[in-house]
Design a protein around this ligand. Structure first.
Ligand code: PBG
Ligand code: ZN
Length: 324
C-alpha cells in the first residue's frame, strides 16, 4: 500500500497548532468606521438600505465616536448630507456644514481618534456628479479648485487624513499643494486611487442622497474590466504625493488589491462598500448565513489579499466579535 508521508492535515490538528501557523490576522486596528452626519440635533435615523447604520446629527456623531474609540477602532471617516445643494457643491466647503462641524466636535471630544474626511462633491451638487459641469460633461480642471476648497476646509476643521473620492485627474497634487501652502504639511492624503464605476455603491447613494441626476460616473470612475489601468492610477497618485492608496470596492477586486500590494511600498486601504455590506446584512436577516462567521472571513480575505486598512460598516460588530 502507498505510504502517505505528506500530510498538510498535521498542522490543522488543534486550535493551538492552527494558531501557530496562521498567516493572516485581523485586528480592530485595521478598521476605519464610516459615519453619515446630517443637519439638526438629537437625530439618529436608521438608513433603510444599510441596516445597522444611521444618519446622525453632530451631537450623536460625537457620542458614537466615543464608542468607536472605546472599542479600540483607530479611525472614522466622515460623510455628510448638507443643509443646501447648488450647481458647484459649495456646501462641501462651508465651515458650518455638518461634516466640518462634526470633524471639529469629534476632534475636540475624542482627540486621539483619527478623522478621515471624504472629499467629493456629489453629495453637495444639485446634479449629483462628483465635479463641476460644463453642459453634461464633468470638467476635470475646473473641479480641482473646488476639491482644494473642500480639502482645506476639512483639514482646518481638524481632519487628520484627506480622502479624495472624486476621480478627477491631478487632484492629489492639487490637494497636496493647497494643504502645504497653508502649512498643513502633516495632514495625510489617502487617495481613492483605484475606484471603479461599480453597482456596489447603490445603498450608499440612497444614504448620502448622492445619485447622479443624469447619466452615470463612467467618464471618471474606472471600468471594472481593467487591471493595468489600476496600476497606472496607483503610480500617478503616488507621484502626486498620496500617502495611502485605496482600492474600492473590495470584494470583487481582491485581485487588484493583491497586485497593488506587490507593486508599491505604501500602505494599501480597501473600501468594503455599502453594497457588499447590504448583501451580507440581507442574507443574515433571512437566516441564510452566519453573519459573524461570514463577516470575519470576508474581512480576513481583504487582509490576506494585502490590505493594511479596511474601511467597513462592519467595524463596530467586528471589533466586538474579535474581543470575544
Ligand atoms: C462619493 C463616494 C461614494 C462612496 C464613497 N464616496 C459613492 C459614489 O462614488 O457614488 C461609496 C461608498 C459605499 O458604497 O459604501 N464619491
Ligand atoms: Zn462623488
Amino acid at each position: 500500500m502507498f505510504a502517505q508521508r505528506l500530510r498538510p492535515r498535521r498542522l490543522r490538528i488543534s486550535e493551538n497548532v492552527r494558531s501557530m501557523v496562521r498567516e493572516t490576522t485581523l485586528s480592530v486596528k485595521d478598521f476605519v468606521y464610516p459615519i453619515f452626519v446630517v443637519p439638526g440635533e438629537n437625530v439618529c435615523e436608521p438608513i433603510p438600505s444599510m441596516p445597522g447604520c444611521n444618519h446622525l446629527s453632530v451631537d450623536k456623531a460625537v457620542e458614537l465616536a466615543k464608542e468607536i474609540a472605546s472599542l479600540g477602532i483607530p479611525a472614522v471617516e466622515v460623510f455628510g448630507l448638507p443643509e443646501y445643494k447648488d450647481e458647484i457643491g459649495s456646501s462641501a466647503w462651508d465651515m458650518t456644514s455638518p461634516v466640518q462641524r462634526a470633524i471639529a466636535a469629534i476632534k475636540k471630544e475624542v482627540p486621539d481618534l483619527v478623522i478621515v474626511g471624504d472629499v467629493c462633491l456629489c453629495q453637495y451638487t444639485t446634479h449629483g456628479h462628483c465635479g463641476r459641469l460644463d453642459g453634461h460633461y464633468v470638467d476635470n480642471d475646473a473641479t480641482l479648485p473646488l476639491l482644494q476648497n473642500v480639502a482645506v476646509s476639512q483639514a482646518e476643521a481638524g481632519a487628520d487624513i484627506i480622502a479624495p473620492s472624486d476621480m478627477m485627474d491631478g487632484r492629489v497634487r492639487a490637494i497636496r499643494e493647497a494643504l502645504d501652502d497653508r502649512g498643513m504639511t502633516n495632514v495625510s492624503i489617502m487617495s481613492y486611487a483605484v475606484k471603479y464605476a461599480s453597482g456596489y455603491y447603490g445603498p450608499f447613494r440612497d444614504a448620502a442622497d448622492s445619485a447622479p441626476q443624469f447619466g452615470d460616473r463612467k467618464q471618471y470612475q474606472m471600468d471594472p474590466a481593467n487591471a493595468h489601468e489600476a496600476m497606472k492610477e496607483v503610480d500617478l497618485d503616488i507621484a502626486e504625493g498620496a500617502d495611502i492608496i485605496m482600492v474600492k470596492p473590495a470584494l470583487a477586486y481582491l485581485d487588484i488589491v493583491h497586485r497593488v500590494r506587490e507593486r508599491i511600498e505604501y500602505p494599501v486601504a480597501v473600501y468594503n462598500v455599502s453594497g457588499e455590506y447590504a448583501m451580507v446584512k440581507a442574507a443574515a436577516q433571512n437566516g441564510w448565513i452566519d453573519e459573524k462567521r461570514i463577516v470575519l472571513e470576508t474581512l480576513t480575505s481583504m487582509k490576506r489579499a494585502g490590505a493594511d486598512i479596511i474601511i467597513t460598516y462592519h467595524a463596530i460588530d467586528a471589533a466586538k466579535w474579535l474581543k470575544e
